[in-house]
Design a protein around this ligand. Structure first.
Ligand SMILES: Cc1cc2nc3c(=O)[nH]c(=O)nc-3n(C[C@H](O)[C@H](O)[C@H](O)COP(=O)(O)O)c2cc1C
Length: 157
């Protein structure tokens, strides 16, 4: 079976998890980006990224490829923004054929409140079977990340 990991990451937490998964699952890995990057100041990032996420906007993205069609399964990774998926993921999932291939998601939050994000994803992904909630290194849940990633790999087989 051919598997791809597609992820978005602003500050590279999701990137690190995606790379670990890619190695353990022997899956190809792709990063998507916002065509218009968020502002560089943290406060403006929170405001603009939060706004895009809250309203489930679909900003233009780069890194999307026709090659995604060749995969049997897609594993999707993203940060939690304002309790929802980061906005580039909304754009990616407007491709219904791609969304149908997503069987697993990993989400990365600051404080461990990934539940709302996963709930939004469940509504959009008919074939979603597995999800994990990872958290920043400053969070009290951060120590659980490696264990969760290992379990995720085992469940995916
Ligand atoms: C615009 C924005 C909104 C965020 N909203 C939340 C949030 O609602 N809840 C939370 O726990 N963390 C929130 N965070 C923190 C990120 O989810 C967290 O830092 C994550 O690990 C970042 O992943 P990344 O390094 O792959 O970008 C937010 C970060 C940004 C930039």
């Amino acid at each position: 079976m051919k598997r791809a990991i597609i992820y978005y990451s602003l500050t590279d937490n999701t990137k690190t998890a995606a790379e670990k998964l890619s190695e353990k699952l022997d899956a190809d890995i792709y990063r998507i980006e916002l065509e218009k990057p968020l502002p560089s100041s943290k406060a403006k990032q929170m405001f603009e990224g939060g706004r895009q996420a809250v309203f489930e906007l679909c900003p233009a993205i780069t890194g999307v490829s026709e090659r995604f069609r060749d995969y049997d399964e897609i594993i999707l990774g993203m940060p939690v923004w304002a309790g929802k998926p980061a906005s580039p993921i909304n754009t990616l999932l407007t491709d219904k054929a791609l969304a149908e291939k997503v069987t697993a998601v990993f989400t990365f939050s600051g404080g461990g409140d990934n539940g709302g994000c996963i709930k939004v994803l469940r509504k959009k992904l008919d074939n979603l079977k597995y999800d994990i909630a990872l958290a920043d290194r400053n969070s009290k849940f951060a120590g659980e990340n490696d264990k969760k990633l290992d379990e995720f790999v085992q469940r995916l087989g």
